[in-house]
Design a protein around this ligand. Sequence first.
Ligand code: NI
Length: 134
Amino acid sequence: MAEIVRFGVSLDKDLLTEFDSKIAEEGYETRSKAVGDLLKKYIIEKDFASGGNVAGAITILYDHHNKDLLASLLDIQHDYHDAVISIQHIHLDHDNCLEILAVRGNSNSIKKLYTSLKTMKGIKHTSVNITGTK
Ligand code: NI
């Protein structure tokens, strides 16, 4: 468990009042947890933007009747085998498949993979959700 430190912060009173109201609505029991989550989010976003080490999930929605698309999807997953650490495939209905790619590694590689999937013809929707690795 990480060492906990206390520090003082000077803020605009109205800003803090609004922040406390918003985090209470979300269910945070302490301001420390909410501030910690904001700091973590900031660090992960900076890491993702600057080529840092991140983990996350890419979701893909597509029609499985498109055989060319299936081949392209497999090819790209092999091209990025270092980044793609696990794949879950869900048959949503007769036509549609949802794939969740667990990814980890350099954010530039994950961004390239995401862009390649997003722009692939036949893909209905793609999203990426990034988190930290520690
Ligand atoms: Ni399927």
